[in-house]
Write a protein that binds this ligand. Structure first.
Ligand code: AMP
Ligand code: MG
Length: 493
């Protein structure tokens, strides 16, 4: 289906397109237009993401842009579609899912896909209304940009628009559209879909597309038997391992690590009931709907491996050799611990690996857990302590000071042995001052519901550069208020 170019509903802003995913053909998606929303208004925009995709940030303030990113007007040259995928949800095969409320406008010539989330029903909406609410859109927008600020691979967010249109969740809320940007939104679930339906030509076409576009090094590899599909599995396993190491190191819980929410590019995608840890509670479950605790913070690395196993099973018909698939997956088991250790060493300001650093890391995580210490504040205070040689503010965080003092002794020894003079510099660039804590997001959401977007803008500014001090904004880096622990975030979005 070719959509008519209707001059009344098209915004021509000279954006050049190169629709890669659409070349896969109609087995992979349904072409359709977003469903308009009444009386849209701006909620938030990112000039940085605008520049990334070659849009003039000034245009992003226009009414034309507002209409386009609400889905009321088509961008000239775009080719909107919703893709089909399947997946495992909470460990159970869920069958066909697909873009139930996200509509891909297409891929820019610069190789970035632009997607409207909450843009109306699609053939994959199942029982859903195709909409996203303001609350969850703000969380996705802020967290995408926060993760980017932290240096963690993620989809980006260009803007949020809001509409007074009512949307029924636990209560009546209002509709909102987030414009997301990523090189690709292909998920593990896309592969599972074609494998489960025994559609091997399509499975192969998808794998070839992903390899050619994003993993060209997999062709002509001498690793994993020179098998390009096994090489793809290995590359995805390694990227996912590195992503998990980053999540764990910064204290990020995703909350819904279903295989349909796992990016084939190893990006953080589909922000739902995520949370940055306040107190360090290894078994913390941020998703109120996750009654089994399947996606607890400390289970994320294992869940990622489980998800990669699902991807391996989907790719098996292409790989054609179980041993090669196993070998490709194996890389996760070495890359994750290596990367995690490297991240934690950096948090400690240690330049190199040394004997005893594993024990030191295990030791501090145990103490943080036992003393219920705030994760982000601990690392930031430790960074300043190393810089200023005053460990009192760190000691203040622990009920069991004797145990901490013992740990600090081993730590000082290792720091001296490591001999890296500017350890504190590295630490301040590794341990953020600002993360998107639940209560901060909640404050921005409450204000936005009343039409005040200044909190959102302040948070956006802080989180864009989370390692900077931002004088005058210490309240955003402080301990969470008591009411933060009563915030319940579920899958409802
Ligand atoms: P999620 O838990 O957000 O990753 O969504 C899982 C699946 O449900 C995906 O296929 C989504 O597209 C779909 N979905 C979630 N919410 C809605 C909604 N309000 N309308 C239509 N589809 C939805
Ligand atoms: Mg999803």
């Amino acid at each position: 289906m070719n959509l008519p170019a209707d001059s009344d509903t098209t915004a021509d802003i000279g954006l050049a397109w190169n629709h890669g995913f659409a070349t896969l053909g109609p087995d992979f998606f349904t072409e359709l237009r977003p469903t308009p929303l009444p009386a849209p208004h701006w909620v938030g925009t990112s000039a940085a993401v605008a520049r990334l995709i070659g849009l003039d940030p000034a245009w992003l303030e226009s009414d034309e842009a507002l209409q386009a990113f609400t889905g009321n007007v088509l961008l000239a040259g775009s080719r909107p579609l919703a893709s089909v995928y399947s997946g495992h949800q909470f460990g159970v095969w869920a069958g066909q899912l697909g873009d139930g409320r996200a509509i891909l406008l297409g891929e820019t010539a610069g190789g970035l896909e632009i997607q409207l989330k909450g843009a109306g029903r699609t053939p994959y909406s199942r029982m859903g209304d195709g909409r996203a609410v303001l609350r969850s859109s703000i969380r996705e927008f802020l967290c995408s940009e926060a993760m980017h600020g932290l240096g963690i691979p993620t989809s980006r967010a260009l803007c949020i628009t809001g509409s007074p249109a009512p949307v029924r969740r636990e209560e009546i809320e209002t509709a909102s559209v987030v414009t997301r940007v990523a090189p690709s939104f292909v998920r593990f679930g896309h592969f599972e879909h074609f494998a489960a339906n025994d559609l091997q030509p399509q499975l192969r076409a998808l794998a070839d597309y992903v390899i050619d576009r994003y993993y060209p090094e997999c062709r002509g590899t001498t690793e994993v038997g020179g098998n390009a599909y096994a090489a793809l599995l290995q590359a995805v396993s390694e990227r996912t391992a590195r992503l998990m190491a980053q999540w764990q190191a910064v204290g990020f819980c995703h909350g819904v690590m279903n295989t349909d929410n796992m990016s084939i590019l190893g990006l953080t995608i589909d922000y739902g009931p995520f949370q940055f840890l306040d107190a360090f509670v290894p078994g913390h479950v941020c998703n109120h709907s996750d009654t089994q605790g399947r996606y607890a913070y400390n289970r994320q690395p294992n869940v990622a491996y489980w998800n990669l196993f699902c991807l391996a099973q989907a790719l098996l018909p292409l790989i054609g050799d179980q041993e090669l698939a196993k070998q490709a997956l194996e890389s996760y088991k070495s890359v994750f611990p290596e990367e995690f250790m490297a991240r934690m060493r950096a948090k400690l300001g240690l330049a190199g690996a040394s004997e005893g650093d594993g024990q030191l890391i295990d030791g501090i995580l145990l103490l943080l857990a036992r003393n219920g210490v705030d994760y982000t504040i601990f690392w930031r205070r430790l960074s300043h302590a190393v810089a200023g040689r005053d460990f009192e503010p760190v000691r203040d965080l622990f009920a069991d000071r004797a145990a901490l003092d013992q740990w600090l002794l081993s730590y000082s020894e290792l720091l001296t042995l490591d001999g890296q003079a500017p350890a504190a510099d590295l630490m301040l660039k590794t341990n953020p001052k600002f993360v998107l804590r639940n209560h901060l997001g909640e404050q921005a959401i409450r204000a936005a519901k009343l039409g005040d977007f200044s909190e959102l803008q302040t948070l956006q500014r802080l989180l864009e550069y989370p390692f900077d001090e931002h004088p005058g904004h210490d309240a955003y880096a402080a301990f969470p208020p008591d009411w933060a622990s009563s915030i319940e975030i579920s899958c409802s979005s």
